[in-house]
Design a protein around this ligand. Sequence first.
Ligand SMILES: [Zn+2]
Length: 81
Amino acid sequence: MIRLTCRQVIARLADYIDAALGGLMRARVSLHLLLCSECRAYLETYRRTIALVGEAGRVEMPGDARHRVTRELLERLRREG
Ligand SMILES: [Zn+2]
């Protein structure tokens, strides 16, 4: 099983949280999260952001807002690494 890079994991976080990933990809993302504390931190940030938006609007987070979070996380990753 080929390991995912942090960038690949973060690009899939939204689908991972939505349980929209297929079994194999989900397993690969889970494995990466187990081994990588940085991506676990990104996952936490992501979940917090979604929770905040959910509380504020009481609606499902719109797709473009989700993509914005993903983009911000990827940019942060680029800057840091
Ligand atoms: Zn990682």
